[in-house]
Design a protein around this ligand. Sequence first.
Ligand SMILES: [Fe+2]
Length: 182
Amino acid sequence: MSVGGYPQDVMENAFDYGHGPHVHRIHVEQVEDKMLGPVHDVRLLLRSSVIGRLPPLPMHVTHYGLGLFRTEVDLPALRVSVLIWICAVPTAGARMTLRTAITTTIGNHDSPVRRAAAHLVSLAAMPLFFMALSQDAGIWNHHRLVSPPRLAQGDGPIGPFRRWAEQFYPTQPETAPVEDRS
Ligand SMILES: [Fe+2]
């Protein structure tokens, strides 16, 4: 899908905890954050009104640079694991193309009821993912550059993420090659 914005917007979305309750009706709590060169590895706990009284769901987010986003969400109660990949490629102007993949893994169940519930969750994973992506795209398609950027309380650790992301941008402005007139 083609949307407005830059690949960094997709990655940064995982750390913009402030938008979760308002846009996706989820609450995210950070458990662990590791920055290993070009790889950024984060463990989160996800709470949502959709899952009701279930314990928070473990979520594992990995950024491979600014172009490849991997996230895995586990539902231990149903032995379901959802794995999502997003590959973001910048295209013309302030737009990008997102290529996505989603898989679900269901563990063994003795109970037919739990097995059926696990399959229902598995079937719901893709439409829920695309709904969340569409909600974010609605923002990316209309956002404007504000420099310097302003952060609000509860936005999450966007500052450290942006400092990590700086390694993927040139430190000097690119200059045109000098023409050889000899
Ligand atoms: Fe989002």
